[in-house]
Design a protein around this ligand. Structure first.
Ligand SMILES: [Zn+2]
Length: 259
């Protein structure tokens, strides 16, 4: 299987570049999300992400002696860039048997690493890139129906972190794929507006486009956007009730006081 990426192994400088699908035998039925770990704040740049991939590749190849090199199938960075590692091959990134079917997760789980760690949070475009991988992988092989986090196989690891676990447990990838399908039908989707709102701190980085907004979140958003001003409104009500207030020029609210 050959699914779209932005950069192949040769492009980012893998020590052991392999053709797609030649390293081991995969019978995949799930995607397993990882983080690379580390405590540095990630830069959302291709140069930074390639450097991290090269470091991890050398560690897995020389430090651990794994002959397949970097032990993930694919990678995504906070720049929204998609990388091929081993491709559609035996990954070696997760031992154990999560679903108890006597087939090791190394052979059943396609491992996608987010190039980040505990000091960072995934960006909106990283969620988008991960979702594209999931969508393309599931489209390429209908046996692949689930997405899990590494910690669901190995309880002693925090990988892939709480934010990705929320993405997995709430099945945000399903919402995002459904939204993209709608966008293909011509309905407007404003990812750039969403990212601007996150960057400006108006919306939480833990929310994702296509997700559900609760009423208190909407109210907070409206207040921050200046659509209404509670303090000004309350002051005007107090003034009216005291009899000395009244509406002033420029007020565009109408308050009727009976009696
Ligand atoms: Zn992991």
């Amino acid at each position: 299987m050959n699914i779209p990426v932005d950069y192949d192994q040769d492009d980012w400088g893998a020590l052991v570049p392999m053709d797609d699908g030649t390293y081991g035998t995969m019978v995949p039925d799930k995607v397993v999300i990882h983080w690379g770990g580390g405590t540095k704040v990630e830069e959302a740049s291709v140069a930074w992400e390639m450097d991290r991939l090269q470091r991890w590749d050398r560690y897995h190849t020389n430090g651990r002696g794994w002959d397949g090199g970097l032990a993930y199938n694919y990678g995504v960075g906070n720049s929204g860039t998609k990388y091929r590692a081993r491709g559609w091959n035996e990954s070696g990134a997760q031992s154990g048997d999560e679903d108890g079917d006597d087939i090791r997760e190394n052979q059943e789980g396609l491992a996608i690493v987010w190039i980040g760690g505990s000091a960072s949070v995934p960006t909106n475009v990283a969620f988008e890139a991960m979702t594209e991988f999931i969508r393309d992988i599931m489209a390429a092989d209908s046996n692949i129906t689930r997405v899990i986090g590494h910690r669901e196989i190995k309880s002693s690891t925090a990988c892939p972190g709480d934010v990705w676990m929320q993405f997995i447990e709430e099945e945000r990838w399903k919402e995002m794929i459904a939204r993209d399908d709608k966008a293909d039908d011509g309905l407007p989707v404003h990812d750039s507006n969403f990212q601007e709102a996150v960057d400006a701190g108006v919306m939480s980085g833990f929310t994702q486009p296509g997700g559900v907004a609760f009423n208190d979140e909407i109210a907070t958003f409206l207040a921050r956007a200046g659509v209404y001003n509670i303090a000004k409104l309350e002051a005007r009500i107090v003034a009216l009730e005291a009899g000395g207030g009244g509406l002033q020029d420029g007020d565009n609210v109408t308050l009727n006081k009976s009696g």
